[in-house]
Design a protein around this ligand. Structure first.
Ligand code: HEC
Ligand code: HEC
Length: 257
């Protein structure tokens, strides 16, 4: 009898050990996947709360800083949103504290202050142009206080290479390329607008309608609001871009075939 009981005790012990092993392995694997999923938030949290001199930036903050340059937010709101470009464009270094994620997302998607006949810069409608992930990264960046991020800076405009060369860089730097496409080829979706896309700046139609420098400069300066958000309109660049920059942009646009 005693022997039988011992034997059973050994089996139970073995099962318990096996179960414990299985649990440990399971937890390890689960922990591994969880770790992968939450790695960025996990590593960013201590940086933000303890303000240690950490060399790494949260990847979403970094992505937001790059989007801030790519979509020319910096051209209107200043580098790192510090303002100082135009009295009509606010700095952004406070809104990260005063506006919620939902409010910031809505402003970027739907714009702010546009009117049918804009006489000053307004916040463009970006919902159809900027991906949801990039809008979310922009919001993260603004809420993080728009820190400096390595390599998140606008391309330098070459001097002494002629107006059209300067214009071709301004076309990227000022974010025209995001809405009008590389080389002004157009095709960027604007689903609720009449044409369903943002117009090209290179075809025969464009050159026929905008057949003088003055007409092209005029529409870039004034912008053109073609509907309410979520329809994307042409931003108002008067007071943002200098006359020299406008002339360079026109010289570049005239090289497009
Ligand atoms: C063509 C110039 C222009 C560009 C480009 C631009 N903005 Fe704006 N933005 C404005 C103006 C003007 C306002 C103020 C609108 C108003 O209050 O009527 C504004 C307002 C805002 C606000 C609200 C600020 C506040 O104090 O309430 C946020 C946030 C913002 N912009 C973020 C961005 C981001 C992010 C980008 C890039 C994706 C961007 N803006 C690009 C002109 C611009
Ligand atoms: C947020 C998107 C957006 C950005 C950024 C933008 N545009 Fe536009 N642009 C438009 C839309 C939409 C129209 C069409 C307006 C209309 O039909 O009246 C337009 C129209 C134009 C036109 C007149 C062409 C036409 O067929 O109506 C010119 C020229 C132009 N943009 C140049 C520029 C330049 C140069 C830049 C950069 C400094 C720029 N745009 C930045 C959206 C944008």
């Amino acid at each position: 009898m005693a022997k039988g009981r011992e034997w059973r005790a050994e089996v139970v012990e073995a099962i318990v050990v096996l179960l414990a092993l299985a649990l440990a392995v399971g937890a390890g694997v689960g922990g591994f996947f969880l770790g992968r999923d939450t790695k960025h938030t996990g590593s960013a949290a201590p940086t933000a709360s303890t303000a240690q001199a950490a060399p790494s930036v949260d990847p979403h903050v970094a992505a937001g800083a790059h989007a801030f340059v790519q979509f020319a937010c910096a051209e209107c709101h200043g580098e790192q949103g510090r303002g100082g470009v135009s009295p009509d464009v606010p700095a952004l270094n406070r809104v990260g504290k005063t506006l919620t994620v939902v409010e910031l997302t809505r402003i970027i998607d739907h714009g702010l202050g546009e009117s049918a006949n804009p006489s000053k810069p307004y916040m463009p409608v970006w919902g159809a142009v900027i991906s949801k992930q990039q809008v979310s990264d922009l919001v993260t960046y603004v809420r993080a206080g728009l820190p400096a991020v390595p390599d998140a800076s606008a391309p330098a405009v070459p001097r002494n290479q002629g107006l059209a060369v300067a214009g071709s860089v301004l076309y990227v730097r000022d974010g025209c390329i995001n809405c009008h496409g590389p080389n002004g080829l157009g095709g960027v979706p604007n689903p609720l607008s009449e044409d369903k896309t943002i117009p090209s700046l290179s075809g025969g139609d464009f050159r026929k309608e905008f057949n003088t420098d003055a007409k092209i400069i005029d529409v870039i300066r004034s912008g053109s609001v073609i509907g309410r958000a979520p329809i994307v309109s042409m931003p108002h660049w008067g007071g943002i871009l200098s006359d020299a920059e406008l002339r360079a942009l026109v010289a570049y646009l005239k090289t497009l075939k």
